[in-house]
Write a protein that binds this ligand. Structure first.
Ligand code: EPU
Length: 430
């Protein structure tokens, strides 16, 4: 049993350093399986999804060695395909990149279906469509993704995704990097982590152009070799701390960021009256004198990120007036609203739109992190609330936020983690 305790009401000040991006790191780490050589990855965040990724690769025969706290050497030369432990794979979403990496290197795959946050149904039909276009036969059977490349090797193809998918774009990029011939991916996702994966693969000798646009071209190469590569900063972590500053009436300098990746978040915060100063690799966020309402629709990049939906909803609760927040990426991303209501939020969900009444004064309450970003939203609400908020199910938060307690404490937040052995916490059942 572990939980966070927050005593809200403190103003925050100082610097928060952002870690490497979860969703880039996990893609790059699984892409290492393609490469029979040593790779050194820098700016690796210390989060449980990354640790699980390393444990999966190790169980497959890879060597993984930390050189510093954030630098890791990975050698997949002797790794074997088809043996990723099911229990680990189903703990995270990004383990689906193993399918692309195994098909690319071994011409076949056998990997358990992925887990991850619960936003309703999370299909992988576009991943499968991409693999099939590359000449693989793929089926989901008995909880596993099973696939085999006809003739033992993937071959380049033209792929048009029916909808924009970060995971499918990255998975097909991984699979196509060493396919025979050329691949064109149309209606590709444009997220910075897609670009980061392409840059990493190119550093290993791949020939990928167009990442960051909706048409990506891959010239298949026969082999990839080792490199040193630094993962980009996590724009969602940065955005979360920007909102923490805005919500707590504070001023924070958020460092190790790429301000361009934050544009959609900064634009909305500025609309609400928050002051944002952009510098080369940091932003300074100063809370608004009066926080005003706004309307937001989540969209694929460069639109407003769905992974900022819960944190932004928390801020909208504090603004003057009624705001509308529409979720257009996931079917069921509003499960956190029930928890926010326990803290005094007045939010009505009308289909895909949350109608948020402003001027909320959050009150402390025991709440749950129903998923990763929902957990971040509970922390922000807890930082604003008078009294002691407890947040359970923090394993979700630890999947994606590197030392969130330490970073917030450093800028003045009263937050701590409590670990209670199960036996102490509950009376024994008869
Ligand atoms: N979709 C399909 N078919 C597919 C794939 C996706 O219909 O084959 C749909 C999904 O159901 C969803 C939409 O397309 O409605 C977008 O899904 P996408 O594939 O882009 O999501 P993902 O790759 O599974 C990644 C992040 C999520 C983030 C989304 C959207 C990783 C490991 N996860 O998921 O991150 O919400 O992109 O940006 O990269 C998080 O970090 O908290 C998180 C949930």
């Amino acid at each position: 049993m572990e939980y966070f305790v927050i005593k809200g009401g403190n103003e925050l000040s100082g610097d928060i350093e952002v870690s490497g991006m979860k969703n880039a790191a996990v893609g790059v780490i699984f892409a290492c399986l393609l490469i029979e050589d040593k790779i050194v990855l820098e700016n690796i965040p210390d989060i449980s999804d990354v640790r699980t990724s390393f444990n999966i690769l190790k169980a497959m025969g890879a060597k993984v060695r930390y050189l510093t706290k954030t630098t890791v050497e990975i050698d997949c030369t002797h790794a074997e395909g088809g043996c990723a432990p099911f229990e680990m794979v189903r703990n995270m979403r990004a383990s689906y990149y193993l399918a692309g990496a195994e098909l690319g290197r071994f011409g076949k795959t056998h990997v358990g279906c992925p887990g991850g946050c619960d936003f309703g149904i999370r299909p992988i039909d576009q991943h499968i469509k991409g693999f099939e276009a590359l000449g693989a036969e793929v089926a989901v059977e008995g909880g596993y993704i099973e696939g085999k490349a006809n003739g033992g090797r993937l071959r380049g193809a033209n792929i048009y995704f029916d909808r924009v998918s970060v995971g499918a774009t990255m998975n097909v990029l991984i699979a196509a990097a060493m396919a025979d011939g050329n691949t064109v991916i149309e209606n590709a996702a444009r997220e910075p982590h897609v670009v980061d994966l392409a840059n990493f693969l190119n550093s290993c000798g791949a020939k990928i152009t167009g990442a960051g646009t909706d048409v990506i071209k891959v010239k298949g190469v026969s082999t990839l070799s080792g490199c040193n590569y630094a993962i980009i900063p996590d724009m969602i972590e940065a955005g979360t701390y920007m909102i923490a500053a805005a919500a707590t009436n504070s001023r924070l300098r958020i460092t190790n960021v790429i301000p361009k990746h934050l544009e959609s978040i900064s634009a909305k915060l500025e609309e609400m009256g928050v002051k944002i100063e952009e510098h080369d690799d940091f932003v300074v966020v100063t809370a608004a004198d009066r926080l005003t309402k706004t309307n937001i629709r989540t969209l694929p990049y460069p639109g407003f990120p769905t992974d900022m939906n819960p944190q932004m909803c928390t801020l909208l609760c504090l603004a003057e007036g009624v705001s509308y927040l529409t979720e257009s990426v996931w079917d069921n991303r509003f499960r956190y609203i029930e928890e926010l209501r326990k803290m005094g939020a007045e939010i009505r969900v009308d289909g895909k739109t949350a109608v948020v009444e402003g001027n909320t004064r959050f009150t402390a309450a025991p709440v749950r992190a129903v998923d990763l970003r929902a957990g971040a939203a509970m922390i922000i609400a807890g930082l604003c609330a008078n009294g002691k908020t407890t947040i359970e199910d923090i394993h979700h938060i630890k999947r994606g936020y590197d030392d969130i307690v330490g970073k917030l404490r450093l800028v003045g937040a009263d937050i701590k983690e409590i670990n209670v052995p199960e036996a102490c916490n509950y009376p024994k059942a008869n």
